[in-house]
Design a protein around this ligand. Sequence first.
Ligand code: FEO
Length: 405
Amino acid sequence: MSIELKQGIYWVGAIDWKLRNFHGFTTPRGGTYNAYLLIDEKITLIDSTKPEFAGELLRRIREIIDPSKIDYVICNHAEIDHSGSIPDVMKVAPNAKIITSVKGKAILERHHKQSWEYQLVKTNDEISIGARTLKFATIPMVHWPDSMVTYVVEDEILFSNDAFGQQIATWERFADEVSMDIVMEENQRYYANIVLPFANPVKNALKLVGGLKCAMIAPAHGVIFRTPEHIAQILESYRKWSNHEADQRAVIVYDTMWQSTAAMAKAIQAACEHLNIPYTIHNLSEDNLSLVTHEMMVSKYVFVGSPVLNNGLMPQVAGFLHYLKGFAPKKKVGMAFGSYGWSAQSAKLINATFEKLCWDILPSVEIDYFPDEDELVALTQTVITNLQADPTQFAHANPAECELI
Ligand code: FEO
């Protein structure tokens, strides 16, 4: 069933109950692809769904109107989860015009290899569809170069596409119908795994959104925000995350061969408990990378441990650091730890990633073969002492180079 958000404006998207992996990021609660239908003098569809949900999209549209009557198809973002059903829509509405950005058209042509009629828009362009005016703004790199948003001036609704989205499969369509704790947890996870590398583009998008009066923010994934409190909450969260502001929390991640590095992780855990710093601890061979990335984003302190394996790191730790470099989180304090046999190397390799990320770096600790009780107590004490000190005194990174990243 379609859902009316406001008179003449409907949600007609699809719910992906089975989704557990969304282009490499784990989605334990499934997902949604939101599309919206505006009934006016010009019938307008905003965004579509993954291709396999075209039937669900067209069924919901048919509950409201014959889809052949669609005049405009707005493509805010050509990634396949939003443009995948456009070919099916265009088959039943061949005279419809696609409204998108210059880059959106280029990507749609590469994806779909079709000759459709286009109207290209840029920031501040407006189109009247009858009683309503649609205003457009490009928000490049939130999430792809083509990304844009569509604002309905009279209804004060922002169709924000990937921005402010979350992956949740739920029949409820509004944030105030779902636990806000769950919505914000999924918003954080989505931001950490999709949006995190694009801090400056997000800041630009927030400046633009800040100039709009929003009665509703309707993203292309997840639930819609319609109360002033929830709209303020999601905007403030994006402000905080795009400024890389983290909580006084710690995340301890490691892999272990013979439990030596695991014992060191527990010694660091004891330091966090002593200082009353909330933490999570993850064995990377067992815990999901997307969930660990989420914890990393919200934590100021990141402890990474690995024993030495073949002159390098354990593969799961190396993979985590590779993932981390791609997301380029900033303003964190890192510490490397691990055991070794005849050649201590893991801290140097882990610290190289911290340096690349321009983090403050605490002195690392490496222990020969198996730590004894005294060494573990000493490790706990070292971490306590270092966390109580000003971490910038340990910084390795060159601030001038960091400005360039
Ligand atoms: Fe939801 Fe960038 O696609």
